[in-house]
Design a protein around this ligand. Structure first.
Ligand SMILES: NC(=O)c1ccc[n+]([C@@H]2O[C@H](COP(=O)([O-])OP(=O)(O)OC[C@H]3O[C@@H](n4cnc5c(N)ncnc54)[C@H](OP(=O)(O)O)[C@@H]3O)[C@@H](O)[C@H]2O)c1
Length: 328
């Protein structure tokens, strides 16, 4: 059986796709760069490692050789190595990957884009739409996956949401609904598209969670789970938009994140679950479970650092921590 190449294999989403594909005994090849944090995880799951970089065009031809399908989840929205940027990776690198896959005889290309609701007003969304066009015109069979915001990366201190401290920074009123989705469900859908639904071709796959909830409702869910009241700070979306505009040349990734966040704060981001999504994700992870998992992960982290609340950890199911592998 020809391998499925995963580009972005060491990322949050890509590593979970690799794990799921290996669990169903598919041959999987992962593109890995020097010092990638999850290389050992991939090896443990029997992923064939191929060294490469989206900024190194010859390495892409080598990675694609003999592969049946390419699944690309890579992004430089949080750049790790010098030279990573959304222009060099999300635009030029992804473009080079589509060309390399086509030249190498890859039959199917599965690309991770962003929510269909986001307008192309930031460089990041423009690059995603550019690559969608390139994938569609490549001559390969294609699936373009368009997920809403990942729950696991949205409620972190880096995003102004501090569960441990009980503090939340919210852009705007916090009343607009968003179809937060678990990265575990996005991975399930993409692994399913790559294997069970191999006949799905030339298709967009927008993905949202099972229920849309506003930021205010998410804060309330955390308050219920932790039994404490959160301090909430509201910031006008116009401030994020203005900062995004000022940073557009110097920090295009941050500028794009601010622009997308400001848009969602004003307009929300609701994606209805399609029939295909229901087949691929029959039992999606619900908001209250995601909140609960996040709270547990925070408690476990505190125990690891300070040795407190050890009793809470021992009470966990067989020491397994749902959501833990997905911490950024
Ligand atoms: N987070 C969200 O809310 C959200 C919502 C909708 C769509 N998405 C999309 O979902 C996808 C997956 O996101 P994620 O959270 O899994 O991202 P992530 O954890 O930041 O992973 C990014 C991956 O891209 C790889 N990468 C970066 N630069 C590269 C390069 N030059 N060459 C090869 N690989 C490179 C990284 O490799 P290293 O380990 O070597 O750095 C890593 O494997 C992205 O396309 C993102 O746009 C995310």
């Amino acid at each position: 059986m020809r391998p499925i190449l995963v580009v972005g294999a060491t990322g949050l989403l890509g590593s979970e796709i690799c794990r799921l594909l290996r669990a169903s005994e598919r041959p999987v090849r992962g593109l890995v760069r020097p010092g990638s944090p999850r290389e050992e995880f991939l090896r443990r799951h029997g992923v064939e490692i191929v060294q490469g970089d989206l900024r190194d065009v010859p390495s892409l031809g080598r990675a694609c050789r003999g592969a049946s399908t390419v699944v690309s989840t890579a992004t430089a929205i949080r750049p790790r190595l010098p030279g990573d940027s959304i222009r060099t990776v999300d635009r030029l690198g992804q473009r080079a990957l589509v060309d390399a896959a086509r030249r190498s005889g890859v039959r199917r290309f599965i690309f991770t884009s962003v929510s269909p609701n986001l307008p192309p007003t930031t460089p990041f969304v423009r690059y995603k739409r550019e690559i969608e066009t390139a994938v569609r015109g490549s001559g390969m069979a294609w699936v373009i996956v368009q997920p809403s915001s990942f729950f696991e990366t949205s409620f972190r201190p880096q995003a102004g949401f501090d569960v441990a401290a009980g503090k939340a920074a919210i852009l705007g009123s916090g009343e607009l609904p968003v179809s937060w989705i678990s990265v575990r469900d996005v991975a399930r859908a993409m692994a399913g598209v790559a294997t069970q639904l191999a006949e799905v071709s030339r298709a967009y796959l927008p993905l949202g969670g099972p229920e849309a909830a506003s930021m205010t409702e998410v804060v309330q869910a955390f308050e219920r789970d932790t039994g404490r009241r959160f301090r909430v700070f509201h910031t006008p979306p116009s401030l994020a938009r203005g900062m995004g505009f000022l940073l557009r040349h110097s920090y295009p990734a941050l500028s794009s994140t601010l622009g997308m966040s400001a848009y969602v704060a004003n307009a929300g981001d609701v994606i209805e679950r399609s029939e295909v999504a229901k087949v691929l994700i029959p039992r999606p992870v619900h908001l209250r479970e995601l909140v609960h998992d996040e709270v547990r992960a925070v408690v476990v982290e505190r125990v690891r650092r300070h040795g407190q609340h050890a009793r809470v950890v021992k009470a966990g199911r067989g020491g397994e921590i749902p959501g833990a592998p997905f911490r950024a």
